[in-house]
Design a protein around this ligand. Structure first.
Ligand code: GRG
Length: 294
């Protein structure tokens, strides 16, 4: 089961990578430094969680992968932009991302900021240029903008920055993680479903699934920071502690956070259980996230 899951995931991620390669400006197109920086971060590695979720929920609706690739790639562009900006000295000031030197360490701060800006913009260009149905273009644009903006990811990052050094607060950590991480993951599932023409009821169930998976992903990320043997962790954990970051284990403790993660995995699975085999690999995603090591 795990081997089949891995193989299918890799195959879908490879489709995403090939499409990203087509959708991104060529490295030798002017301005070269900007396009090199955009490509450097997009192809630095990464699990492709958001685009694969988009493909899986669209496939559940019977949609072709080719029609799902524009929104899937748009999600990865937005995600990559957020990582580039999050690593900047003004934010987390990180030297390594996806196992490689961060964008600003390689290209300088100005180019890192600009490549993030260009990726964010290209995400919307990709949807509008490569999706035929005008109604769907509007719906996908709205969905991605809401998830990425002040009501979603950027809002969550703002709360995160402003809450540094404050005492652990359960309501605050929930608010930060729902916006900063879960909003884009929820949108990933919804955008696949919308592209595949999901009914209202299907979209509602997939939204519940996406919400639970998004929060689950962030809690397991916090737990990996706290308990993981991964090299990135020592540094991140020290930083989180130094900056007084709001994390689940800091607020609830490791055991309770683990129990919460398991509860969310069960909730996500339950949301799609009635679809049985039709839900396909989506049903295995919560377990995959629970057991992830990086
Ligand atoms: C700067 C606007 C702005 C937003 C930043 C996503 C984010 C918001 C910051 C990244 C920092 C962080 C650790 C956030 C938690 C979400 C998370 C676990 C991101 C990493 O996502 P993965 O594990 O990364 O999917 P890969 O590299 O696999 O794509």
């Amino acid at each position: 089961m795990a081997a089949t899951f891995d193989r299918t995931w890799k195959a879908l991620a490879a489709r995403v990578d090939a499409a990203l390669d087509r959708f991104l400006p060529a490295e030798n197109a002017s301005p070269r430094e900007l396009h090199r920086a955009m490509r450097y971060s997009v192809f630095a590695g990464g699990k492709r969680l958001r685009p694969v979720l988009c493909l899986l929920s669209g496939k559940m609706m019977g949609e072709r992968v080719t029609a799902l690739l524009p929104p899937a790639c748009a999600l990865e562009m937005v995600h990559t932009y957020s990582l580039i900006h999050d690593d900047l000295p003004a934010m987390d000031d990180d030297d390594v991302r996806r196992g490689k030197p961060t964008s600003h360490r390689v290209f300088g701060e100005a180019l890192a900021i600009l490549s993030g800006d260009a990726l964010l913009t290209l995400a919307f260009e990709t949807i509008t240029r490569r999706t035929k149905d005008a109604g769907l273009v509007a719906a996908l644009t709205h969905e991605l903008a809401r998830a990425a903006g002040s009501d979603g990811m950027v809002g969550g990052q703002t709360f995160d920055v402003l809450s540094e050094g404050k005492p652990p607060d359960a309501t605050l950590v929930d608010e930060i993680h729902r916006r900063k991480t879960a909003a884009l993951i929820r949108a990933s599932v919804r955008m696949g479903a919308m592209t595949g023409g999901a009914s209202k009821a299907e979209l509602r169930d997939l939204t519940h699934f996406g919400e639970a998976v998004g929060l689950l992903f962030q809690i397991t990320d916090d737990l990996l920071d706290e308990t993981g043997d991964d090299r990135r962790m020592g540094k991140r954990l020290r930083k989180d502690a130094e900056h007084g970051k709001q994390t689940y284990p800091r607020v609830h403790g490791v055991e309770e956070s683990r129990a919460l993660a398991e509860k969310l995995a069960a909730k996500a699975t339950l949301a799609l259980k009635k679809y049985g085999r039709r839900a396909g690999m989506l049903l295995a995603v919560p377990t995959f996230i629970l057991s992830r090591r990086k």
